[in-house]
Design a protein around this ligand. Structure first.
Ligand SMILES: Cc1cc2nc3c(=O)[nH]c(=O)nc-3n(C[C@H](O)[C@H](O)[C@H](O)COP(=O)(O)O)c2cc1C
Length: 200
């Protein structure tokens, strides 16, 4: 299985950040047979996507959505589609230039607040709208705790659960809802987490 991982966190230890310009909205990709006017690393990504089996989008939640660098990359996926639009289940979509129906999509997103509900909805809705088929969404509240060594008694079991989710996905291409639901729950009670953060 060929897996393409997009790591959207701007805080990577060893940064090999790709050079991706913003979409200029010129639509030349749609009008000129799928080639973008920008000469940057997106060329490689656009070539690799149809050759992949699984795309993993990993990003921290920023202002209830995808962080800007990830969104900039997603905007630049436009050359994969043609200008032709078609109605599917009440929404219009541009028709893909190549068959991408074999692709699976995973979104993994951590956030700084203790709640998944009333926090991740817009990011999840956008991801599902973007990739209506074959998607899996993992949302993780209280993520900064993973960087606090003193929180290991609660973060270590959560990391193990995330590992189990990965194992299940690798074996069955899906993660049981009870595992996803547990990952979505705060590691420590919301009020306690907020109290600790507010003391920092
Ligand atoms: C600009 C900005 C916006 C953020 N917006 C949210 C938000 O809407 N909801 C939330 O729970 N956390 C929010 N956070 C917190 C991050 O999601 C959180 O710190 C995350 O763990 C960062 O992940 P990273 O260390 O992998 O970059 C925001 C952080 C920043 C810097």
């Amino acid at each position: 299985m060929k897996i393409l991982v997009f790591n959207g966190s701007p805080k990577r230890d060893k940064s090999d950040t790709m050079h991706i310009e913003y979409c200029t909205g010129c639509f030349s990709c749609m009008l000129n047979g799928g080639s973008c006017i920008c000469d940057d690393d997106m060329k490689k990504i656009l070539k690799e996507i149809p050759e992949s089996d699984l795309l993993i989008f990993s990003f921290p939640l920023y202002v209830y959505g995808m962080l800007a660098s990830m969104k900039a990359m997603v905007d630049r996926l436009l050359p994969l589609a043609s200008m032709e639009m078609r109605e599917v289940d009440g929404s219009y979509r541009h028709v893909e230039r190549t068959d991408l129906s074999h692709l699976k999509y995973v979104m993994i997103s951590g956030c700084g607040f203790p709640n998944s509900r009333n926090n991740f909805e817009s990011a999840v809705a956008q991801f599902i709208k973007l990739f209506p088929e074959n998607h899996t969404v993992i949302t993780i509240p209280e993520s900064p705790m993973f960087n606090a060594p003193e929180a290991a008694p609660v973060t270590a079991p959560r990391l193990e659960l995330v590992m189990e989710a990965g194992k299940q996905y690798a074996e069955k291409l899906c993660i049981p809802e009870e595992i996803l639901a547990e990952i979505r729950t705060p590691m420590i009670p919301e009020e306690e987490y907020a109290r600790i953060v507010n003391q920092c």
